[in-house]
Ligand binder design. Structure first.
Ligand SMILES: [Zn+2]
Length: 189
């Protein structure tokens, strides 16, 4: 469990590495890096030890946690940039050695205190910048206690039809898809 009072320093390390073009020295043997083209793209590589900086899109997860009896969706208010104070679905990066489903469950618990059961994948999309790939799940709470975690200012449920706009355009698009799906599956009367 994470400590809810844990604060990240102001100079918190960038979530993403600097672009490869800014890498000067090999992180393994300290020799100057050179450019070489692999697969049609120029990569930074070390002629001394063979290190290559492969730039990849980062995999992430987010969960549409739906509370079926109250018909509410769980959203968190962001504590850290970008979009401090903006609303998103709970989620985050996938740790090395962790399955995509395990990451989804972990991130929800870290950010909201709730333990969820995943119902199914909702879809996988790239962010508009194409530097992150987010797999969205549908899930429902099965335990825990609702409480904003380290990365969230607030975690709370919103009526699924009235949830406000979300900070990221991709999350917003997924929210619209979720609403369309709900309207097709739940009688409105
Ligand atoms: Zn090297």
């Amino acid at each position: 469990m994470s400590d809810a009072n844990e604060e990240k320093p102001n100079n918190f390390v960038q979530w993403r590495h600097a672009p490869a073009s800014q890498w000067i020295y090999c992180p393994l043997c300290r020799e100057p890096l050179l450019n070489h083209t692999w697969d049609g793209r120029e990569r930074r590589y070390c002629p001394h030890c063979g290190f290559v900086y492969w730039e990849r899109a980062l995999p992430a997860v987010a969960v549409l946690v739906f509370e079926p009896s109250r018909k509410e969706i769980l959203l968190v208010t962001r504590r850290y940039p970008p979009f401090v104070g903006g609303l998103t679905f709970p989620g985050g990066g996938i740790e090395l050695g962790e399955s995509v489903a395990d990451a989804a469950v972990r991130e929800v618990e870290e950010e909201t205190g709730l333990v969820v059961s995943l119902d199914r994948q909702f879809g996988t999309w790239s962010t508009p910048s194409n530097d992150t790939i987010i797999t969205f799940f549908r899930g429902h709470p099965i335990g825990g206690q609702l409480q904003a975690g380290t990365d969230a200012q607030e975690a709370r449920f919103y009526p699924w039809e009235e949830a406000p706009s979300l900070a990221f355009s991709l999350h917003n698009m997924v929210l619209q898809l979720f609403r369309m799906e709900m309207r097709m599956t739940i009688p409105t009367s």
